[in-house]
Design a protein around this ligand. Structure first.
Ligand code: SAM
Length: 279
């Protein structure tokens, strides 16, 4: 069966009109209309035939089609109740596609995906961070997450210590994955056009993550440290209820100067600090 490309402005307009649909702002619907962007996402995800892929928010099937053409087995989770009928038509004839209608934050991903799967998505921007952190924190057997996000979010995800945008989210993501920006995408690649520039981020999930005694405690320390980022680490942690003497002792054990601010610490140093503080 020959499939016309969905990643095209005329095709997308035609599909929306045929099904009497309007892109929903509330659901973060900005459909890709540039086939070269779809191909670059598929390439960044290093898709080969037989790969198991979880796609979040397939929309009208634009990126899904690129993944299916590359030979992936795609399981997609889409919240919009109007879209299953559309996808049935736009992806008609592709056998390796499964759709689950529901909220990705409520679906039990482990139940629907086999081990060693990849996540590929053009994420709805209103819940990007929540989706990414949930996927990473659940310790799913996922190897790679390739997602379109707002450029500003991509920069925070990949920020290095000692920069103004290095924050709790950077540490939480980098704790679990090696993260890189693959490429930027202009608003003109979408219908409707978003107000911001986007970027595709590749997260290679770490096989051996940083060692911490308790992840909950680690995250608590990271959040507390960045809670008041202008203050020194010691004062931020005291402000969050930690004991000053204990903090100073923990910093010494972890070999961290007491005048450091949260943004000066690497992920490994945060892990050491949390471990020393917990002792
Ligand atoms: N993948 C399509 C593309 O690239 O053209 C659509 C991407 S659009 C930016 C985001 C998609 O996520 C929409 O189809 C939207 O309905 C869906 N979505 C929004 N919130 C969701 C959620 N909580 N769970 C699953 N899908 C969601």
């Amino acid at each position: 069966m020959l499939h016309p490309k969905i990643a095209d402005i005329a095709a997308t307009r035609h599909i929306l009109k045929t099904f009497n649909l309007r892109a929903s702002k509330r659901l973060g619907q900005n459909f890709l209309i540039d086939s070269s962007v779809v191909q670059r996402i598929v390439d960044a995800a290093e898709i080969s035939a037989g790969d198991e892929v979880l796609e979040i928010g397939p929309g009208i099937g634009t990126l899904t089609q690129g993944l299916l053409e590359a030979g992936a087995n795609v399981t997609a989770v889409e919240l919009d109740k109007k879209l299953p009928a559309v996808l049935e038509k736009t992806l008609e004839g592709y056998e390796n596609f499964k759709l689950i209608q529901g909220d990705i934050l409520k679906v039990d991903v482990e139940k629907i995906m086999p081990p060693n799967f990849k996540v590929v998505a053009n994420l709805p921007y209103y819940i990007t961070t929540q989706i990414l952190l949930t996927l990473l924190e659940k310790k799913l057997p996922v190897t790679k997450i390739v997602t379109m996000v707002q450029k500003e979010v991509a920069e925070r995800m990949t920020a290095a210590p000692n920069s103004k945008i290095f924050g709790a989210m950077s540490v939480a993501v980098q704790f679990r994955a090696d993260v890189q920006i693959a490429f930027e995408v202009p608003p003109s690649a979408f219908l409707p056009r978003p107000e911001v520039t986007s970027a595709v981020v590749v997260c290679n999930v770490r096989e051996s993550p940083f060692k911490v005694a308790s992840e909950d405690f680690f995250i608590k320390v990271v959040r507390a440290a960045f809670g008041q980022r202008r203050k020194t680490l010691v004062n931020s942690l005291v402000g969050a209820g930690f004991n000053r003497e204990k903090i100073l002792a923990a910093l010494e054990i972890a070999n961290i100067p007491p005048n450091f601010r949260a943004e000066n610490l690497s992920v490994a140093e945060f892990a050491n600090l949390a471990n020393s503080l917990q002792k």
